[in-house]
Design a protein around this ligand. Structure first.
Ligand code: ATP
Ligand code: MG
Length: 436
């Protein structure tokens, strides 16, 4: 029979890697708590119109990247979420979470987009999403950016650079859009197929083109910044002031427009050149219109999403080895009645807080001891017929120290002493333990 394989672009995260992910998630949770963000968990499936309305009909995501299908049982049109903001706004509106105060929320989990898989670009990928709902900024916009810098520091990541831009208000964008359309219409022969398709539906996205032949045309196009009114420019200036005060370098990138329609005013991206073509590790901005657009009471909001896979490939300073939680004890048993005694002993040690591996699967004493050693445990606890009869355990330290025989009731205490360095444990282990 042919071997079964995962769906293209959807990855298994195997134990060594999964342990690194867990360590990353711990750093992320602590970081979010430090800024007062609370968790929210949304379903992976939503009604398709949610994303069409939130992200925009003529965006890459909605046009060609969504996993949408009709539920065979009831005919509903459903979509695997391609991003989290739409679902989050749907949830806070549905549950009326903004009725008395603003909310700072975060989530983490898989997102789905039908893209061409390559390094840093997958069909199931993971995001950490952070949303500040009910805040008009610019203080919160600045804090959202400043908190990213803290995470890079917490993770020891270097060389992640900030780009910012302002998209202004919807009215300013409309005026700019009209000018942009006339400009591109006047140069229609110079447009590629993609640009021509977008000319009347989403001309702003033409500015984002990667086609070298169109660069000069795009450079000379009407600039949105020339259409911003004083409120928008003040908002943008206020953010920059706060970034300067926080010592965060940034580059204003007038061509940063983002691929989702819901943004206004502030947009930003954190970019690295250490990941090849997929260099954006975090992206976000303000989306003041979205809540009302999805049927909620109008309220301002801003947020960002980070790509976990991209951050994980930067975060290689932490070795998987250092993260693996090894068991403290490994219970070896052979002979009549020994298995039952081993089960009891293992549970007793877990009661005392020790991670304990109970040998399963039988085998000779020698092969069990080999497993015990390979597990990385500090001690093998041996139960033979002899020990069981005497209600004792042979306590064999695996990383140095004398083998002793102790009564069953004393095992936990003996193990605690060994871990504290009371045995012959070397200095390194001693420090490691006392520091915890
Ligand atoms: P890109 O320009 O790389 O396609 P995007 O603008 O589509 O990114 P967003 O929707 O803003 O991305 O998502 C935020 C972050 O999620 C991105 O900056 C990136 O780190 C990550 N991300 C987006 N799409 C993918 C994907 N297909 N695979 C892995 N990570 C992704
Ligand atoms: Mg994309």
């Amino acid at each position: 029979m042919s071997k079964l394989q995962a769906v293209r672009g959807m990855n298994d995260i195997l134990p060594d890697e999964a342990e690194r992910w867990e360590a990353f998630e711990t750093v992320v949770r602590d970081w979010l708590r430090a800024y007062g963000y609370r968790p929210i968990r949304m379903p992976l499936l939503e009604h398709t119109p949610l994303f069409k309305r939130a992200i925009g009909e003529v965006t890459d995501i909605v046009e060609k990247e969504m996993y949408s299908f009709e539920d065979a049982l009831n005919g509903e049109n459903l979509t695997l979420r391609p991003e989290g903001t739409a679902s989050c706004v749907r949830a806070i509106t549905e549950h009326n979470l903004l009725y008395d105060s603003p909310r700072k929320l975060w989530y983490m989990g898989p997102m789905f987009r039908h893209e061409r898989p390559q390094k840093g670009r997958y069909r199931q990928f993971h995001q950490v999403g952070v949303e500040a709902l009910g805040y008009a900024g610019p203080d919160i916009d600045a804090e959202l950016i400043i908190m990213c810098q803290r995470l890079w520091d917490d993770l020891d990541l270097m060389g992640i650079k900030l780009e910012i831009n302002s998209l202004g208000s919807p009215e300013e964008r409309l005026r700019h859009r009209a000018e942009l359309i006339s400009y591109f219409e006047a140069h229609e022969t110079a447009l590629d197929e993609d640009a021509r398709r977008r000319l009347h539906s989403n001309p702003l996205r033409i500015l984002d083109t990667k086609n070298p032949a169109m660069q000069t045309l795009v450079e000379a196009a009407p600039k949105l910044s020339d259409y911003l009114g004083s409120e928008s420019t003040d908002h943008f200036a206020a953010i920059q002031e706060r970034l300067l005060a926080a010592n965060i370098p940034f580059r204003i990138n007038p061509r940063l427009v983002r691929g989702l329609d819901y943004y206004n005013l502030t947009v930003f991206e954190w970019v690295t050149d250490q990941l090849g073509a997929q260099g954006t590790v975090c992206a976000g901005g303000r989306y003041d219109g979205l809540i009302a657009q999805l049927g909620g009471k109008p309220a301002p909001a801003a947020g960002f999403a980070m790509g976990v896979e991209r951050l994980m490939s930067l975060w290689n300073t932490v070795q998987a080895d250092a993260l693996i939680e090894r068991p403290e004890a490994y219970v070896v048993h052979s002979g009549a009645g020994a298995e039952a005694a081993a089960f009891r002993l293992a549970e007793q040690l877990r009661d005392a807080g020790f991670a304990t591996l109970m040998h399963c699967g039988g085998g000779s004493f020698k092969s069990q001891m080999k497993r015990a050693d390979a597990s990385g445990a500090d001690v093998a606890l041996i139960l033979g017929e002899d020990e069981v009869r005497a209600d004792e355990v042979t306590f064999k330290p695996l990383r140095g120290g004398e083998q002793v025989r102790v009564s069953r009731g004393e095992v936990a205490q003996q193990l605690a002493m060994l871990l504290l360095g009371g045995g012959d444990a070397d200095d390194e282990e001693e420090t490691a333990f006392t520091l915890q």
